[in-house]
Design a protein around this ligand. Structure first.
Ligand code: ADP
Ligand code: ZN
Length: 735
C-alpha cells in the first residue's frame, strides 16, 4: 500500500489530480506526465509504476514542470513503491551523465534501476523460536534440536534442522506439540556490516603517512579527488582500506570499483581478512535475484560497502561517503554499449555531486589523471616502494632480431632457458600473450586465400582446442575445413602467428613434464572455472601459466618468479595515439605479477623494437621520461586532456547509406571557432556484424562546448532513416 513519505522530500508531495513528470527506464529524452491519484503521496525521486502503452513499467518521479498533456488523456500513476526515493544527488548525477554523454536520461535512469523486484521491501522470513516447554517424550534427535535452540534465538526450520543434524520432520513434530512458536523475522542482510577495527594492518612508515591523509579526507568529507600512485605491491589496497574503514566508522557507505570481475574473488577474501565481512558484490556474474537484494539494501543503507564493476556506479546509495576506483587507468572502465561512458570519469563526477572524496589508484596512472594530479586539481599520494621484502622483478628486453626462436616457434632460446631454470627451482613462470586462440590468421599455402569473417572486417582466429575458426568481434564460428574453399586443395592450410594455444603447444614440446595452465576469457567453464584455476595457481599447483591480459592484472601469485612477454610489440601496431600508453600499462602490470613474495624474480620481454620508448620506459624502471614525452605530444596536438574529443559512428548494413549519412552529418556541423570535424573516414573496424561503419572525429579546445556542438549538428542533419544508426562517443577510447 502507498505510504506517505517521511523523508524531507515529503514536503514537496504533489496533490491528487496534479500532473508530475516521471522518467521511465527506456531510451527516452524526457520525463512523461502522469497524474497523481487519490491517496498517493508523490515526491521527486520516488519509484512508481506507470502505464506505458499496454505495459506497466517502473519509473522515477522527476523534477521540473511536467509537459502539457490534455488532462483527459493524462494517465494515472498506478502505484507508489514502498522504497526510499532516489535522493537529489542521485537524480542530479543521472541528469549530469545524460547531458555529458548525450545519452537519453531514460537510458541512464535504467542503469540506476536495474531490478524491478527490488522496489518492494523483502518479505519477512518465517522462523521458529523455542517456547521453553519440554516435549512429553524426548529422543536424542529432539534433544539435539533443543540444545541448538536453547538460547532463545529464532531459527528457520531448514537452518535449525541442518544445525542440529536432524531431518525437518523432527522439527515438525515439535512444532505440532507447541514446543516451538512461529515468528516472522526481517529479511536477513545480504552481507554483514564490515568491522573497521576487525584486523588492523600494521602499516609501514610511508604507507602510514598516506593512510593518514586519506583518512583525514574521509573525516572532513567534501569533494577531494586523489591519485594514489605506487608500484604494484606497494600496498595501495592496504592504504585505501584505511579510508574505507574510516568511512564505515563514520556510518557512511563506500563504493569500490574494480575493472575486472575475475579480480573480485581474491579481492573479497582480502577485504574479509581486514574487515571480518565481505563487501556486497555487483557485476554481471551476480544472479539477478541477488542483485535485487543488494540494490534494495544499498538504497536503504543496510549495505555499507559495495565492490563492483563499472555498473555499480549507478547504484543509488543512501549516504555515500567515499568512492575508490582501483586500477583507474584500465580501459575496461569504458562502457561502449547502449550508454557510452567512462566509469572512472563519472566516479569523479559522482563524488563531486555527493561532495565526498574519491581515490583513483594505479601503478600506471592514465595520462589524464597524471595531468590532473600534476596541476593540483587532484591530490597526489605516492607509495614509491614495494612492501617489505618484496622486490620488483629484474626486467630485460630480448631483442628478437638477435635471438630468433627455433623454426616454427615463438619463444626465444633465452626465454626457453629461463623457463627451464625456473622449473628447476620449482617456481612458476607466466607466459603472457594478449591473443586468444591458436593462430590469428589462417591461409591457404597454395592460393593464398585468407579466412575472413563474413560479417566483420577481421580475420578468423583458429581455435584448435575447439577445432573452429572464430571471429573475435561477433562470435561467428565455423569448423576448420579440410580443403581450401577457394582452390579446393586439401590439407594445405597454414596457421600464421601465435595465439596462446599455440604457445601452449610449444611449451609442451619443450617441457612435456611441466604442469601448464592456459587461461583466457573464452575458456570453457567461465568465471567459476577461472576462479578455481587462479586459486590452484596461487597454491603452486601449476608450473607454467600461459595467458592473455586476464592474468596480467591484480592477481597475487607468491611463487611466480618469471614473467615472459611473448610479443611486447603487439599493441603498438594499431596507430592509435593511446597505443604506447596502453602498452606501457599492460607490460608493467604483467611483469608486476612476478616477485610478489621475497623471491628474486625477472621479466623477459620479447620485442623487435628494443629501442622503442615504451620498452625503454619498462626496463629503466623510470617511466617519467616516457610519460613526459607522451604528455607533451598530447599537449601539442591538443588531445585529451588538453583538448576534447568525441567520435560519431555512423553505421548501416548498406555501406553507401552509412557513408552518405556521415557526409550529411558533417555538412550539418555548425560554424565554430573552437570545434572542428574530421572525416568521415572508415571507422577503425569498418565492418562489424554486417554493419558498415564510418566515423567523424570531433575535436575541440579544452573549454569548448563539444556537447552543444554535437547537439546542433544532429538537429541540423536529416534524421537517420531506416537501418542507419548514429552513436555518439564522448572521450572515445581510441582516436
Ligand atoms: P598494491 O595494491 O599496491 O598492488 P597491495 O596492497 O596489494 O599492493 O599489497 C601487496 C602485498 O603486500 C599484499 O599481499 C599485501 O597484503 C602486502 N602488504 C602490503 N602492505 C602491508 C602491510 N603494511 N602489512 C602486511 N602486508 C602488507
Ligand atoms: Zn565477425
Amino acid at each position: 500500500a502507498p505510504r506517505s513519505s517521511d523523508t524531507d522530500t515529503g514536503r514537496r508531495t504533489a496533490r491528487p489530480g496534479k500532473a508530475v513528470p516521471v522518467l521511465v527506464p527506456m531510451p527516452v529524452d524526457r520525463a512523461f506526465s502522469y497524474m497523481v491519484s487519490e491517496g498517493q503521496d508523490v515526491a521527486p525521486g520516488q519509484i512508481v509504476q506507470i502505464p506505458l502503452g499496454p505495459r506497466k513499467v517502473p519509473g522515477v518521479v522527476w523534477e521540473g514542470p511536467a509537459d502539457q498533456v490534455d488532462p483527459k488523456k493524462l494517465r494515472p500513476i498506478l502505484k507508489v513503491f514502498d522504497c526510499p526515493p532516489l535522493d537529489a544527488p542521485m537524480r542530479a548525477f543521472i541528469d549530469w551523465v545524460a547531458r555529458y554523454t548525450l545519452t537519453p536520461p531514460g537510458l541512464v535512469a535504467r542503469m540506476a534501476l536495474r531490478a524491478p523486484a527490488a522496489f518492494e521491501p523483502e518479505p519477512p522470513v518465517a522462523a521458529l523460536r523455542w517456547t521453553g516447554r519440554e516435549p512429553e517424550r524426548t529422543t536424542p534427535a529432539r534433544r539435539r534440536v533443543l540444545a541448538q535452540a536453547g538460547d532463545g534465538a529464532a531459527w528457520t526450520k531448514a537452518g535449525l534442522a541442518h544445525a542440529a543434524g536432524v531431518s525437518a520432520s523432527v522439527i515438525d513434530g515439535l512444532v505440532a506439540q507447541g514446543i516451538f512458536e512461529s515468528v516472522m523475522l526481517p529479511a536477513p542482510p545480504v552481507v554483514a556490516v564490515p568491522d573497521p577495527n576487525y584486523a588492523e594492518t600494521a602499516l609501514s612508515g610511508e604507507q602510514r603517512d598516506v593512510a593518514e591523509l586519506v583518512r583525514d579526507d574521509v573525516r572532513e568529507s567534501g569533494f577531494k579527488p586523489s591519485l594514489l600512485d605506487g608500484v604494484t605491491g606497494s600496498g595501495k589496497t592496504e592504504v585505501y582500506f584505511e579510508a574505507v574503514a574510516e568511512a564505515v566508522r563514520q556510518g557512511r557507505q563506500v563504493l569500490i570499483l574494480l575493472p575486472e570481475i575475475s579480480l573480485t574473488a581474491a579481492f573479497l577474501d582480502r577485504f574479509h581478512d581486514r574487515f571480518g565481512a565481505r563487501p556486497a558484490e555487483w557485476h554481471s556474474d551476480v544472479s539477478p535475484r541477488q542483485r535485487e537484494k543488494v540494490w534494495r539494501q544499498v538504497v536503504t543503507g543496510d549495505v555499507r560497502v559495495v565492490a563492483g564493476a563499472r555498473s555499480a556506479l549507478f547504484l543509488p546509495f543512501r549516504d555515500l561517503g567515499l568512492i575508490v576506483v582501483d586500477e583507474e587507468h584500465d580501459p575496461a572502465y569504458k562502457q561502449e554499449d547502449r550508454a557510452y561512458y567512462n566509469a572512472r570519469d563519472m566516479a569523479v563526477v559522482r563524488a563531486r555531486i555527493c561532495d565526498i572524496p574519491v581515490i583513483l589508484a594505479s601503478a600506471t596512472p592514465s595520462i589524464e589523471t597524471r595531468v590532473n594530479a600534476a596541476s593540483g586539481r587532484y591530490g597526489s599520494l605516492r607509495l614509491p616502494s614495494r612492501f617489505a621484502e618484496a622486490r620488483l622483478p629484474d626486467l630485460t628486453l630480448i631483442d628478437m632480431r638477435r635471438n630468433p626462436p627455433a623454426r616454427g616457434g615463438f619463444l626465444s632460446p633465452v626465454l626457453v632457458e629461463a623457463i627451464a631454470e625456473t622449473l628447476q627451482k620449482k617456481e612458476q613462470s607466466l607466459l603472457f600473450l594478449n591473443r586468444r586462440g591458436y593462430a590469428p590468421l589462417t591461409l591457404c599455402r597454395v592460393c593464398g586465400h585468407r579466412f575472413q569473417c563474413p560479417d566483420c572486417s577481421s580475420w578468423l582466429v583458429e581455435h584448435r582446442f575447439r577445432n573452429q575458426l572464430q571471429c573475435h568481434h561477433c562470435g561467428h564460428g565455423e569448423p576448420v575445413p579440410q580443403a581450401c574453399p577457394e582452390c579446393g586443395t586439401l590439407d594445405h592450410l597454414v596457421a600464421c602467428g601465435p595465439g596462446i594455444e599455440r604457445i601452449a603447444e610449444e611449451v609442451d614440446r619443450h617441457f612435456p613434464e611441466a604442469r601448464t595452465i592456459v587461461l583466457s576469457s573464452d575458456m570453457a567453464g567461465g568465471t567459476r572455472r577461472l576462479r578455481i584455476e587462479l586459486e590452484a595457481i596461487a597454491r603452486g599447483e601449476a608450473d607454467i601459466i600461459i595467458g592473455t591480459q586476464l592474468v596480467a592484472k591484480g592477481h597475487n601469485f607468491p611463487n611466480m618468479t618469471l614473467v615472459g612477454v611473448v610479443d611486447a610489440d603487439l599493441g603498438l601496431a594499431n596507430g592509435d595515439p593511446r597505443a604506447a600508453e596502453r602498452t606501457y600499462q599492460l607490460l608493467s602490470q604483467v611483469t608486476g605479477r612476478a616477485g610478489r613474495s621475497g623471491l628474486a624474480s625477472r621479466g623477459l620481454i620479447q620485442t623487435y623494437q628494443p629501442v622503442h620508448p615504451v620498452m625503454q620506459a619498462i626496463v629503466s624502471g623510470d617511466p617519467e621520461a616516457f610519460y613526459e614525452r607522451e604528455t607533451d605530444e598530447r599537449r601539442k596536438a591538443l588531445l585529451p586532456p588538453f583538448g576534447r574529443l568525441a567520435a560519431v559512428i555512423i553505421s548501416a548494413p548498406d555501406r553507401a547509406a552509412a557513408e552518405s549519412h556521415a557526409r550529411a552529418l558533417r555538412n550539418a556541423a555548425p560554424a565554430s571557432s573552437d570545434v572542428s570535424v574530421l572525416g568521415p573516414a572508415e571507422a577503425p573496424l569498418a565492418l562489424i556484424r554486417g554493419r558498415h561503419r564510418f566515423r567523424l572525429l570531433v575535436h575541440g579546445d579544452r573549454q569548448s562546448d563539444i556537447q552543444g556542438f554535437l547537439r546542433a549538428m544532429a538537429a541540423a542533419a536529416p534524421k537517420p532513416r531506416g537501418a542507419i544508426h548514429v552513436q555518439l562517443d564522448i572521450d572515445p577510447q581510441s582516436f
